[in-house]
Design a protein around this ligand. Structure first.
Ligand code: SAM
Length: 280
């Protein structure tokens, strides 16, 4: 059986606190949220859904671009994440809904949402159900904008190749785990990407959403940011029967082989879709 703390998920206070601290101290989720909010064309919006909104980094980016009279619904199924958001992001234009993304159509009026924005989460959901539900709530011409982590989409920005000066922290973690714990990565690690564009496109078509634009973007950061990210319990590695304390010990040894300012690059597949204007 997996150790107790190996199964910590999003609905755990330790994860939520660590995630909120990371988004406060480092730019990644703020930057990617702002990028999506821009692409959602919010200037004239009245109702916007922040899908899988977590502690509110994306809602904050949406609120900064939406007009004063707009309303934002931040929906996430992890109450622990939202407890922090409710405490730290108080804005009369924002409401919090604890529910699965697949049920967004139970929590927003049909055909009246100007935009749905989903930062750094779509591959964790049942995309067929989410796309169909998002389509139901969007007004004709309304946008559904989301990004997919490069590893999950099977894309790599050119900067990810050129920007790297040594092995990635992930590689070092696996080396330390192999050396100190006899760890061998599960076969699943080498499988094909979980959510390539071809599969996204098929599901969009099935749901009645049009693909407007895609772009592979690069998020530039440092080893120090990567280490902080890998300290968040849900992201800590390696997978398998390790306690969180063991993972943090492995991370410490791996990080000691790098330098804090070394550049790291994370690739994203950014996807802009919309409900066609003339669809029934
Ligand atoms: C990496 S966080 C992103 C949060 C936020 N969008 C941001 O940029 O900070 C992923 C979030 O997705 C949520 N999530 C994952 N699967 C979900 C689902 N099926 N329905 C609702 N929320 C989900 C998790 O609870 C978590 O809060």
């Amino acid at each position: 059986m997996a150790p107790q703390d190996a199964v910590l998920g999003w609905d755990e206070d330790t994860t939520a606190e660590a995630y909120a601290a990371f988004t406060h101290d480092f730019p990644m989720y703020g930057d990617t949220s702002r990028d999506l909010a821009h692409r959602a064309h919010l200037t004239d919006s009245r109702l916007v859904v922040d899908l899988c909104g977590g502690t509110g980094a994306t809602a904050k980016a949406i609120l900064a671009l939406a007009p004063p009279g707009a309303h934002v619904i931040s929906l996430d199924n992890a109450a622990a994440m939202q407890r922090i958001g409710r405490r730290t992001l108080t804005d009369p234009r924002l409401s919090w809904v604890t529910a699965p993304a697949e049920h967004v159509d139970h929590h927003a009026p049909a055909g009246q949402v100007d935009a749905v924005v989903c930062n750094s989460a779509i591959w964790k959901t049942d995309i067929a159900a989410v796309f169909a539900a998002a389509r139901r709530v969007l007004r004709p011409g309304g946008r559904f904008v989301f990004n997919i982590g490069g590893g999950f989409a099977g894309v790599t920005h050119p900067d990810e190749q050129t920007g790297r000066t040594g092995p990635s922290l992930n590689t070092l973690i696996h080396q330390v785990a192999a050396r100190d714990h006899g760890y061998t990565p599960p076969a699943a690690d080498s499988k094909s990407p979980k959510l390539p564009l071809a599969s996204v496109t098929e599901h969009l078509a099935a749901a009645g959403l049009d693909l407007v634009d895609t772009e592979v973007t690069a998020q530039h950061s440092t080893m120090a940011e990567k280490r902080a990210w890998l300290s968040i319990p849900v992201f800590a590695r390696p997978a398998g029967d390790f306690t969180h304390a063991q993972r943090m010990e492995i991370l410490k040894k791996a990080y000691a082989q790098t330098s804090p300012d070394a550049a790291t690059v994370t690739s994203w597949l950014v996807t802009v879709t919309q409900r066609a204007s003339r669809q029934p």
